[in-house]
Design a binder for this molecule. Structure first.
Ligand code: 0RQ
Length: 504
């Protein structure tokens, strides 16, 4: 077994998770692997949570600053949040317990663009990193590390941390070996060079992570699957949204603005984007590629069916059934599926060069096309910006998709003014709801507003939005982007006060 032979050679102790977690002390900055429920450490975080709980019971202060790739799982974010062990957390998260602690003001959350995290760590923006806890799927006899089901920020965490705890997860399929592409040529300004990637399927680095042996403080063996989300079968709303978007893509092909094989697809997290990709497969498209951050079930199916020629991502976020398909047919996928560090999978230079078609979910959009991806009622974090900003600003086509309402129709997701803005009107080309698709390219703010109200708003809210806009056009201080400032956020205030945006 390669792990044992390496450890014999390096004298790196194989430890229990409990013993390894004792290397982490109060106040440390700890960087962990994990991206959208894939490739996160399975054992050390739980052992750490137990030690934190015991310390708190003794009246001692014990919290850590926690950096990851993106969202992890109940075993990591959930356990550490439930024992109040997290002082600061970055970037993207989606754990319900952690979300509650953030929204209660008990955890400082830094919501950073996924592509920015590694470079910020290199710039020193987050201070020193004491320990990295990284899941790998194996250690080679030469000491190189075989990455797991996500790459995330692991290259940077290993390089920047003073010490490294490795979790070797023997549950991960051995066929992962060779699937990754770790690019080691990134540099800091002013020494940066172009990243030599011209096609989503290009390999520009090597398959393994490197770690100086003297940095490895502990090796912990695990054997546990990734937390995996089951996707719901596409519902009527998702299918309608997918239908509008696919009609639009065909229209663009007919007008020569897209090739028949489209351009590299980026697809965000969630059921709707999963459904859009699935529908693409049924609609007779072929020769497609994906340059995305998260590979969900439907993309795996398109790879398997030969609809997708190549896919580049940083994480495999698959349902239990998807994971089983992946493991059973890994040889079929590994030629055409490449997992990269998130600073490469989401790199603005590459997204711009490749001309991605970006498709992401949203919390709400306003009539002018500003998009809120992160905050409910402008104040409560839902998940985070994730990679949506990396792609939205730099894509060839930037599309945001959601149902037109939320919470049983009490909330309009098209509002007069977005209560928080993650993607400005300048970054948003297309808005899609089950009601229709608003193509906002080349339109002025007032033209955009008319189109968004007509095409995307739910009929129950359409006349309210039209009324707001008509009055704003008459009474607004400026007539370029007309607003009634005292009323602009009243829809949200109404919801906060009486649980509905509808007129009483
Ligand atoms: O909550 O389940 O409690 O009812 O928000 O909303 O409609 O199920 O949509 O799962 O696609 O998520 C923007 C959050 C959409 C996601 C967001 C409530 C709603 C529900 C989820 P409940 P839906 P989705 C690359 C791309 C940012 C990151 C990103 C996201 C829950 O797409 O996190 O794009 N995006 N990354 O009820 C009140 C509203 C609401 C609302 C939704 N207007 N008001 N509640 N909800 N809209 C991948 C990565 O970056 C890793």
């Amino acid at each position: 077994n390669s792990t044992t032979s390496l450890n014999a050679r390096l004298r790196t102790p194989v430890m229990s998770a409990h013993d390894a977690s004792a290397l982490i002390r109060p106040g440390m900055t700890v960087a962990m692997s994990g991206f959208t429920g894939a490739g996160y450490p399975k054992a050390v975080p739980g052992a750490l949570a137990e030690r934190i709980e015991a310390a708190h019971a003794r009246g001692e202060d014990f919290r850590v600053r926690l950096l990851t790739g993106a969202s992890t799982a109940p075993e990591l974010d959930g356990k550490l949040a439930s024992v109040d062990g997290i002082q600061l957390r970055l970037p993207y998260q989606s754990d319900p317990t952690l979300r509650e602690k953030i929204n209660a003001g008990e955890v400082d959350y830094l919501d950073i663009h996924v592509s920015h995290v590694a470079q910020h760590a290199w710039f020193g923006f987050y201070g020193d990193i004491d320990i990295a806890v990284i899941e790998v799927s194996g250690i080679r006899p030469d000491g190189q590390l075989i990455p797991s089901t996500s790459v995330g920020n692991n290259k940077t965490w290993i390089e920047r941390a003073a010490g490294v705890i490795l979790e070797v997860n023997e549950h991960q399929p051995s066929g992962l070996d060779g699937m990754h592409d770790i690019y080691y040529q990134t540099a800091l300004p002013p020494h940066r060079k172009p990243i030599p990637l011209l096609h989503p399927g290009d390999r520009i680095g090597g398959p393994y992570l490197r770690c100086p042996p003297e940095k490895i403080l502990a090796v912990v063996k695990t054997e546990a699957p990734d937390r995996s989300n089951a996707f719901s079968e596409p519902d009527e709303t998702s299918r309608q949204i997918a239908g509008h978007l696919i009609d639009f893509l065909r229209h663009e092909i007919r007008h020569g603005r897209l090739p028949p094989t489209l351009l590299p697809l980026q697809s965000g997290v969630g059921n709707i984007t999963n459904a859009v990709v699935a529908e693409l497969g049924k609609e007779g498209f072929g020769g497609l590629t994906a340059f995305t951050e998260v590979l969900q079930d439907s993309m795996l199916d398109l790879l398997g069916d030969g609809v997708l020629d190549a896919a580049s991502a940083t994480s495999l976020s698959l349902s239990p059934a998807g994971l089983a398909r992946f493991a059973n047919h890994i040889a079929k996928y590994r030629q055409r599926l490449i997992l990269r560090p998130q600073e490469i999978s989401n790199h603005p230079e590459l997204v711009r060069r490749l001309g991605c078609i970006a498709m992401n979910g949203m919390i709400e959009a306003d009539i002018f096309g500003n998009v809120n991806s992160t905050h409910v009622m402008g104040t409560r974090i839902q998940n985070g910006i994730g990679g949506s900003g990396d792609f939205a600003r730099n894509a060839y086509l930037s599309c945001f998709l959601s149902a037109s309402t939320a919470k049983n129709g009490t909330i309009s997701r098209i509002v007069p003014m977005a209560s928080h803005v993650d993607h400005t009107e300048h970054d948003v080309a297309v808005l899609v709801t089950e009601q229709g698709l608003a193509d906002l390219r080349g339109l002025s703010p007032k033209e955009r507003a008319r189109k968004v109200i007509e095409k995307c708003a739910h009929p129950d809210f359409r006349s309210m939005l039209q009324d707001y806009f008509d009055r704003a056009c008459r009474e607004s201080y400026g007539k370029h982007t007309p607003h009634l400032l005292q009323e602009a956020l009243s829809w949200h205030q109404n919801y906060v006060q009486r649980s509905s945006m509808r007129l009483p």
